[in-house]
Design a protein around this ligand. Structure first.
Ligand SMILES: Cc1ccc(-n2nc(C(C)(C)C)cc2NC(=O)NCCN2CCOCC2)cc1
Length: 409
């Protein structure tokens, strides 16, 4: 059997995602890493229990009949196949056909961005309950602790990446699933208030000070700072380091406005607090751009005083997350042992325990697929290809549905 007939034979045998699920009209997200659809098993298919799934279409490039999988897709598949924890997104299956790669996940109706947006806009329900906040935080730390113990850093923790399972799933209702939606596409949107901010806009609000000072060492402490920002936002419903300036990514991670926001909120870091500050790559620029005296009266306690958080276990824990010196920041393991998680209300495995879920379901986005060529069919110039991508055939994609031995290119 020659190659083309063999491929055709292969195609007929494969389970096609279009035959197994209804999803085309239910797009819930799109961005740099691909598009995401809510998917419902078709009645005739017994392979998948009757519940909601998420199908992520990976952007491939079709080059001279060769499917080219991006490096990021390869990294996502390789990473997710190794990870298994109840508070992390779980990759269920991989489907491929001649032109596309689909990743199948369990569906999560909610995320912390959506929860915060609901409370910001509500007149009568302005804050998430104490029990909800505690459960979300505890589950987030369980997931991050698993990642950090496996020496994996998330590096882009923000409310939109903290998903929560909704109604419908008895066992997993209110379960936190940390993901990486990778929607951080450059977005030159007009200035907006944070209430309407799109979860896909690139924000620096969760970036640790050492990142903004161009540290060369990505560490676990960077994730802890981001979780601290999310904790503060859950307690106040306002982004702690909100910065209305939405800048396109600049060549250096140094962001003067974001640093100013952090110092205005926390005060300016003292050398005795952050011994290694002078060693930061952008320290010279920092001393030129900022006068520490301007932030003398600033502190986290002063900033959050209007939320009546002083002398609470929440505030004491928050200070440990938002410690300027990354080497002094609390670890995920230490956070899980904090007294905050051992006082009423105790964290419940179901973040929505004892409450009716008031948060709206996800909105469906228009699916451009129907009326124009999709990204994966675009041709990349050959030069770009060599740098960025590996032909699909060369990537062992174990666990693909009904995978036959691949023909070598
Ligand atoms: C390049 C790259 C992109 C993403 C990941 N990544 N990393 C993670 C961990 C568990 C490590 C946080 C999760 C993902 N991928 C997704 O979350 N994917 C989204 C899955 N969601 C979509 C919406 O519905 C629920 C499942 C890795 C590498």
């Amino acid at each position: 059997m020659i190659g083309r007939e063999f491929i055709a034979e292969l195609e007929n045998k494969r389970e096609k995602v279009e035959n197994l699920f209804n999803f085309e009209k239910f797009k819930v997200g799109s961005g740099t890493y691909g598009q995401v659809f809510q998917a419902f098993p078709k009645t005739k298919n017994k392979l998948f229990p009757k519940k909601s799934y998420a199908l992520k279409l990976i952007e491939c490039i079709d080059h001279k009949q060769n499917m080219i999988l991006s490096m990021s897709a390869c990294r996502e598949i390789a990473l997710l196949r190794e990870l298994k924890h109840e508070n992390l997104i779980q990759l269920n299956r991989i489907f491929t056909d001649q032109r596309k790669v689909w990743l199948l996940f369990d569906y999560c109706e909610h995320d912390i961005w959506q929860i915060l947006t609901y409370h910001r806009k509500s007149e009568t329900d302005k804050f998430p309950s104490k029990g909800l906040v505690k459960s979300l935080m505890f589950q987030m730390f369980q997931g991050i602790s698993y990642l950090h113990n496996n020496w994996i850093l998330h590096r882009d923790l923000k409310p939109a990446n903290i998903l929560v399972v909704g109604e419908g799933s008895k066992i997993e209702r209110g379960r936190v699933k940390i993901g990486d939606m990778g929607f951080a596409r450059l977005f030159n949107s007009p200035l907006k208030t944070f209430v309407d901010i799109d979860p896909v806009v690139v924000t620096f609000w969760y970036r640790a000070p050492e990142l903004l000072l161009d540290t060369k060492h990505y560490t676990k402490a960077i994730d802890i700072w981001a979780i601290g920002c999310i904790f503060a936002e859950l307690l106040s419903t306002k982004p702690l380091f909100y910065n209305e300036e939405e800048k396109l990514e600049t060549s250096t991670p140094y962001n003067r406005e974001q640093l100013h926001k952090i110092f205005t909120t926390m005060g300016f870091p003292k050398i005795e607090e952050w011994h290694n500050l002078k060693a930061m790559p952008c320290y010279e620029r920092l001393t030129k751009d900022f006068a520490s005296a301007a932030y003398e009266k600033r502190s986290l306690a002063a900033t959050l005083s209007k939320y009546k958080l002083q002398n609470t276990s929440e505030f004491r824990l928050l200070e440990k997350f938002l410690t300027m010196d990354p080497t002094k920041r609390i670890t995920a393991e230490e956070a899980l042992k904090d007294s905050y998680f051992y006082e009423e209300p105790l964290p419940n495995a179901d973040a929505f325990y004892g409450m009716k879920i008031p948060y709206p379901p996800r909105k469906y986005l228009p699916n451009e697929e129907n009326n124009n060529r999709t990204q994966h069919q675009q041709q990349l110039p050959p030069r770009q290809q060599q740098q960025q991508n590996i032909p699909l055939q060369q990537i062992p994609l174990p666990g693909i549905v009904k995978q036959e031995p691949r023909i070598q290119p």
